[in-house]
Design a protein around this ligand. Structure first.
Ligand SMILES: Nc1ncnc2c1ncn2[C@@H]1O[C@H](COP(=O)(O)OP(=O)(O)OP(=O)(O)O)[C@@H](O)[C@H]1O
Ligand SMILES: [Mg+2]
Ligand SMILES: [Zn+2]
Length: 505
């Protein structure tokens, strides 16, 4: 008899429907054939499933077994097919009535002793089940919270294959799992009030967060660059539910999800020795990289000049498009990768050229070579460069904590609302996106502002790109002040946020 079950396969961070057909015929030489582009892991599923059935006390009568995964022309990686395959065999062999499995979705691996084991991507699979109006989705207990995020489909999590069969057959009861309704505004654990002094750096960070600008922090060792960077997600607007879902799908596919919805903006800090696959994603089977794990949050690149040039080059696509496409001989996949880039570096190889308390041992040549490691195109995507000066222990002790993350975030939110109103109905969301005609329209300058900026450009020998960046940042500063027009102080402060251009750092 032929039976059909519904399951899903991942493509990027979404799932598509896969129909698993099982045919069991008692006549002929016993055999087990799988067709339909089943990749390595899927093929191994056969051994696991047969053992799991046996160890759960089921006996499949000998016969010819054919398993087909449709559509045949799409890649179907993974081990989420164990459970449907086992249940399909039970139904095809007449042990479970086929109508009891119709309309359900299944996504779990099986251990040899018949327990259900978690699989990556349950969130997109549960969304697929909901969209397909499934009766419910059956997952492993470890995936219950994740599947329970999705409204409009019931998720059940039996412990074992035997329990799953009994539940579907109506011989056992299971409670559907529900994740708690999302509270997306949990306080961020790190607060800016911990950072003493550094008012200018904090102000620049607030501007960056307000306009979604990328930012580079330049300063000697121990000046607090890492400390500042780690606090940035806490002043960004709270995640909207749809954004949280996007982020959670990425973590689900990357097997990094513990529990339900991701509620906070991510902060990812890959090391400069990480491979470009780790940073950008890829591998077999494909998995999202750091740029995608930072989606809707912050990607922090500490010691920027130490990163491999190749790794920095590949950042260009996500920085421009908010997503990353990876193609290998066996697949092509696109993952979301829309993040705020925060980078940090020392001003020179020894680190101390801007620290009055330490002597810098670097030659002018060495400093120039160090700076030259930052590729122009990458630097071009960074609107603000800010100096983070060394602060002495005594100064630190005397300093006040300054503004808290809450105060900073309130101002950021206000500036974001101004931008949302201005860009309604346009492809832009924030000042950092601004380009083309819209840039000149939203950043129109008066006569004296034009003169001032002209002089700054000449004096600092700024490029046309730097000029645009200054305009965008000035727009954000005006938005923070709630002003319609960009005025001189806004321009002056924006020029001050180009430390590398000024050659001061
Ligand atoms: N402004 C500050 N307020 C309070 N503590 C500070 C401040 N600056 C530095 N510190 C303390 O110094 C430690 C080192 O700071 P941090 O690691 O952020 O420096 P860094 O600039 O990233 O240095 P490196 O260049 O070595 O990476 C922090 O963990 C913190 O305890
Ligand atoms: Mg650091
Ligand atoms: Zn030095």
């Amino acid at each position: 008899m032929v039976v059909q079950l519904a399951c899903g396969a991942l493509e990027g961070v979404d799932a598509f429907r896969v129909d698993l057909e099982v045919d069991h015929t008692r006549k002929g030489v016993p055999s087990f054939v799988m067709v339909g582009l089943a990749e390595g892991a899927v093929r191994e599923s056969r051994e696991r499933v047969l053992k799991a059935l046996q160890n759960s006390g089921f006996r499949i009568p000998p016969g010819r077994i054919t398993v087909n995964l449709a559509p045949a022309d799409r890649r179907k990686e993974g081990s989420a097919y164990d459970l449907p395959l086992a249940l399909g065999l039970l139904a095809a062999a007449g042990i479970l009535p086929p109508e009891k499995i119709g309309g359900w979705f299944f996504a779990a691996e099986l251990s040899l002793d018949g327990r259900l084991k978690p699989v990556p991507g349950v969130l997109p699979l549960a969304i697929l089940a909901r969209n397909e109006k499934a009766r419910g989705i059956i997952v492993a207990p470890e995936n219950a919270a994740e599947a329970g995020i999705v409204e409009g489909v019931q998720a059940y999590a039996p412990q074992t294959l035997g329990e799953a069969a009994a539940f579907l057959d109506g011989r056992a009861e299971l409670e559907p799992s529900r994740s708690a309704p999302p509270a997306l505004d949990d306080p961020f654990p790190l607060d800016f009030s911990d950072v003493k002094g550094q008012e200018r750096a904090k102000r620049a960070i607030e501007i960056a967060a307000a306009g979604a600008h990328n930012i580079l922090l330049v300063g000697p060792p121990g000046s607090g660059k890492t400390m500042l960077a780690r606090r940035i997600p806490g002043i960004l607007p709270p995640l909207l539910f749809d954004e949280a879902l996007e982020v959670t799908k990425i973590y689900s596919v990357a097997r990094l999800l513990s529990g339900g919805l991701v509620r906070q903006r991510p902060f990812r800090a890959p090391h400069h020795s990480d491979s470009s696959v780790a940073i950008i994603g890829g591998g077999v089977p494909p998995h999202p990289g750091e740029v995608s794990l930072a989606h809707r949050g912050v990607l922090f690149l500490d010691e920027l000049p130490e990163f491999q040039r190749a790794a920095l080059e590949v950042l260009r696509q996500p920085l421009e498009q908010g997503s990353v496409s990876i193609s290998r001989s066996s697949y092509a996949v696109t993952y979301p990768a829309d993040f705020m880039l925060v980078a940090a570096m020392n001003p020179c190889p020894c680190g101390y050229s801007t620290d009055p308390r330490h002597e810098c041992t670097c030659s002018a040549n060495a400093i120039a070579r160090y700076r030259a490691r930052l590729s122009g195109p990458l630097l071009d995507r960074i609107d603000l460069h800010i100096e983070v000066p060394a602060v002495s222990y005594d100064e630190l002790r005397a300093q006040q904590g300054g503004p808290s993350s809450r105060e900073m975030r309130e101002r950021v939110l206000r500036a974001r609302r101004v931008q949302a109103r201005r860009y309604a109905g346009t492809p832009f969301r924030t000042n950092a996106d601004l380009g083309g005609a819209m840039l000149s329209e939203c950043c129109r300058l008066g006569r004296s502002e034009q003169d001032f900026l002209g002089k700054a450009v000449d004096a600092l020998a700024l490029s046309a790109r730097a000029y645009t960046r200054i305009l965008r940042v000035a727009r954000t500063i005006a938005d923070l002040e709630g002003e319609k027009d960009i005025s001189l102080p806004h321009i002056a402060e924006a020029v001050g946020c180009r430390a590398l251009d000024r050659g001061q750092a």
